[in-house]
Ligand binder design. Structure first.
Ligand SMILES: [Zn+2]
Length: 253
């Protein structure tokens, strides 16, 4: 499994692309989130829309979903191609409203696959890959649907690894993150962290993250969705034992 953070910035970044990920598993390139900067971030990483097999969404803020309409239209009109979109049952009507804004339906552009959580997305070759959603409703702004996502790779030898993507989540102590990070299967957690000058209930601060995660677990955590002032935080984040996600870097397990 390979993960490339196509963007690492928060909603109002001028310096980075919006946080989203390209996940490569056998026979499938998956996008996790598709914010308004996807038209640039995908190209910057050397891909085009037709290289993407499937899209997964954490929630419907524009820095996570704002590029979906254009992406879908590119796939249809430039490449005559229909990628899959995985959607939890409560995401299906939200997707429909998004496309209704321009008089269309998601199925006009995308193969909509409703997720029975968890869902196996690839079972060929040496491993099975499972997509799992964890509700974080009530833990981020006023969104009516919000998820963390994990991808679990289980080998034929039954050895499993798991990579977690937090999406956006404020009070992390009320979520399942403590348990997920502590799980020995978990090899990486891409974790939103607010580095702006004023605190927000929408994302955890570095101090909240230090309170929740013991030192020995912090090396799994890649801080992402940060503000443009990240340079002022680099020493503190690394000094606390966390990693910092780098835009375009390829991470492989
Ligand atoms: Zn958000």
């Amino acid at each position: 499994m390979r993960v490339i953070p196509l963007g690492v910035g928060g909603a109002f970044t001028d310096r980075f692309y919006h946080t989203n990920y390209l996940v490569e598993i056998p026979e499938c390139r998956l996008l996790i989130d598709i914010g308004t900067t996807i038209r640039y971030s995908l190209l910057a990483a050397g891909y085009t829309a037709q290289d993407i097999n499937a899209v997964v969404l954490t929630h419907f803020h524009s820095d996570h979903v704002g590029g979906l309409e254009e992406f879908s239209q590119r796939c249809r009109y430039m490449y005559q191609y229909r990628p899959t979109i995985y959607a939890m049952p409560d995401q299906v009507p939200l997707l429909a409203s998004l496309f209704a804004l321009h008089g269309a339906k998601p199925a006009d552009y995308l193969n909509v696959t409703t997720v029975e959580n968890p869902i196996v997305i690839n079972n060929t070759g040496d491993a099975q890959y499972q997509l799992e959603y964890y509700s974080t409703i009530g833990l981020h702004a006023q969104v009516t649907s919000n998820y963390m996502i994990s991808i679990r790779q289980k080998g034929r030898d039954n050895k499993a690894i798991r990579v977690v993507f937090t999406g956006d989540i404020g009070p992390i102590e009320k979520s399942e993150l403590g348990r997920l990070v502590a799980n020995p299967e978990t090899v990486a957690v891409f974790h939103d962290c607010h580095t702006g000058s004023t605190p927000t209930p929408a994302h955890p601060s570095l101090e909240q993250m230090k309170d929740l995660y013991p030192l020995e677990q912090r090396g799994k955590i890649h801080v992402i969705h940060y503000s443009d002032n990240i340079d002022q935080y680099t020493d503190r984040i690394k000094g606390a034992g966390f990693k910092i996600a780098i835009q375009g870097e390829v991470i492989e397990w």
